[in-house]
Design a protein around this ligand. Structure first.
Ligand SMILES: N[C@@H](CCC(=O)N[C@@H](CS)C(=O)NCC(=O)O)C(=O)O
Length: 285
């Protein structure tokens, strides 16, 4: 059987282990090359890509701007993780963990990484999308931490073995499909009783969770809508429709996008007008 494996006494690095993302994986941290990051004129400098972890932050920034927080103006620079940009020295200086998203607050010099931490930082800085009332604030943080702990089972577990592994293995696919469906059911039951994750307010917990589980019930993750039978999670679908139709959410989902339809790709964002003039269809047209 192909997935039977006897581990050696000491594991050694086989850089040819296959799979779609294999060339990125290393058992060591640190920069692989010298490369400074560009810096624009706005207070916040974002270095990211429109994966679900990246989209969480661009949605928050667009929501803040939509709500009138001009201090949330930002430059969004594209980090091509498949080309190893996250291992450049400038990026590693902001995020020693070499993963998007990373952000620099130039007003304080604060370096930020981990999407959940960036959302919390922005929510505190602008006093927005994080309720001040005790109970709702606690529920927001419960669900934000739930997402940060749960999404790796969906992405690194289910998505990896269902879509990216070099061949299909039943054991990990069963294990992570079971867990993904359990998580979707957790959300579905909760959203049957609550408009948003923390209750009646739209918060950073929804912004973090929708790009992962909302995208999944919309059938947009790993081409697995049918396999996961996503139509049964009716409350998650209702919640995703409600959030993904917000203008700021739509804009946020386009930023740092370098894949998909050209009119949805705004690879770099430096000004609000870029959504009208700098999408890839316009630049290439
Ligand atoms: N827990 C981190 C996860 C970030 C993450 O996994 N980023 C991925 C893209 S979604 C990445 O940069 N991968 C590049 C790599 O692993 O080298 C967060 O929430 O920010």
């Amino acid at each position: 059987m192909k997935d039977e494996y006897t581990p050696p006494k000491v594991w050694t690095w086989d850089s040819e282990n296959g799979g779609e993302w294999a060339k990125l994986n290393r058992p060591i941290a640190g920069a692989t090359h010298d490369k400074e990051l560009p810096q624009g004129k706005h207070p916040l400098q974002l270095y990211s890509l429109a994966t679900p972890n990246g989209v969480k932050v661009t949605v928050m920034l667009e929501e803040l701007l939509e709500a009138g927080h001009t201090g949330a103006e930002y430059d969004a620079w594209l980090i091509r993780i498949q080309d190893g940009d996250q291992f450049g020295s400038g990026f590693v200086d902001i995020n020693p963990n070499s993963k998007i998203p990373a952000m620099l607050d130039t007003t304080t010099g604060t370096k930020l990484f981990e999407s959940g931490s960036i959302l919390f930082y922005l929510a505190e800085k602008f006093d927005a999308f994080l309720p001040t009332e005790h109970e709702a604030r606690a529920q927001t943080m419960n669900w934000l931490f739930w997402l940060q702990g749960s999404a790796p089972y969906l992405g690194g577990g289910f998505g990896h073995f269902y879509a990216y592994a070099p061949y299909k293995m039943q054991y990990p696919i069963d294990r992570f499909t079971m867990e993904t469906k359990r998580q979707l059911d957790v959300l579905d039951r909760h959203l049957a009783q609550n408009e948003y994750l923390a209750g009646s307010d739209y918060t950073i917990a929804d912004m973090a969770t929708c790009p992962w589980y909302g995208r999944t019930v919309a059938g947009k993750s790993y081409d697995a809508g049918e396999f996961l039978d996503v139509g049964i999670y009716k409350n998650v679908i209702r919640w995703h429709d409600q959030i993904s139709n917000r203008p700021a959410y739509k804009r946020g989902a386009m930023v740092n996008k370098s894949f998909g339809p050209l009119e949805e790709q705004l690879r770099e964002r430096h000004d609000a007008s870029d959504f009208e003039t700098k999408t890839q269809d316009k630049l290439e047209g």
